[in-house]
Design a protein around this ligand. Structure first.
Ligand code: SF4
Ligand code: SF4
Ligand SMILES: [Zn+2]
Length: 256
């Protein structure tokens, strides 16, 4: 019956698919390389067109020729940090504190080679910080009740401080805010990340989204100003001016 005939949306072949027949089609596209390639090109073109439309609407607002950088956007609301989320975080912290310390309280070796974080320059940090403030921490939404903390991060923090396990536990719990974004990282507040920078995870220190990486690239290319636009789908949520002064004497507390 015709109702059950599947046709590839590109080549139209009925019941098309990888051999042996009738292999399934993926999202309505048969397994032929040419069809898969066509769909890939189409979706790339659609993404490029959507990006250009967003760029155009930001340009209409800011004018001029300064670079525009598109960022994601956190649109969540803040709420009182619930006790169960505090407890979940405390349990996560405890497990990794345990793993980072042996019975005598010494830092465990672990499998990984101890490393230090690759730091951005003060100017690059300043640029990223302003972009993240415009975005309001979209990537922090995935921090949940772990804040991305791992045993390796806790080892690094202990290597770089005089904290023992008890002091470290107290420091992490002390920084938990009263209010944070709903269902986001427990430290994610309307004023940025509530966790002391030295205590943040390797992931938090090193992750840069595509837009934030572009801001770093602009600094390295000698730009002195850019417009950061926080977007959600086709909507522009906020636009912020990112000033990149020649010298940034003090690295700010990153906004995320
Ligand atoms: S790196 Fe910054 S700009 Fe990018 S998603 Fe995270 S908070 Fe937003
Ligand atoms: S930067 Fe701060 S708020 Fe964001 S995920 Fe890391 S600890 Fe959480
Ligand atoms: Zn096909």
């Amino acid at each position: 019956m015709s109702a059950f005939i599947r046709r590839c949306v590109v080549c139209g072949a009925a019941n098309a698919g990888l051999l042996p027949y009738p292999a399934g089609m993926q999202d309505g596209v048969c397994g032929q390389l040419a069809c898969l390639h066509t769909v890939q090109l189409q979706s790339h073109a659609q993404r490029s067109a959507a990006t250009q439309r967003r760029m155009d609407s930001v340009r209409a607002v800011v004018g001029g020729t300064d670079p525009i950088v598109l960022l994601p956007s956190n649109r969540r609301r803040t709420t009182r940090l619930p006790a169960h989320r505090r407890a979940d975080f405390a349990a996560h912290l405890e497990a990794h504190l345990d793993a980072s310390s042996d019975a005598a309280g010494a830092i465990t070796a672990g499998d990984e080679t101890p490393h230090e974080l690759e730091a951005l320059s003060p100017r690059e940090t300043l640029a990223v910080s302003q972009g993240c403030a415009t975005c309001r921490g979209f990537c922090c939404q995935s921090g949940g009740t772990t804040a991305w903390l791992t045993t390796e991060t806790l080892r690094r923090v202990r290597r770089n401080s005089s904290f023992d396990t008890a002091a470290l536990r107290a420091a992490y719990l002390r920084d938990l805010p009263h209010r944070s974004y709903r269902r986001s990282c427990v430290y994610h507040t309307a004023r940025g990340c509530a966790l002391t920078p030295a205590l943040r995870s390797d992931t938090c220190h090193q992750y840069l989204c595509e837009g934030a990486s572009t801001l770093v690239a602009l600094v390295r290319a000698g730009a002195d100003v850019a417009h950061a636009a926080a977007t959600e789908g086709s909507q522009i949520a906020r636009v912020g001016r990112v000033a990149l002064p020649e010298q940034a004497a003090v690295a700010p507390n990153p906004a995320r």
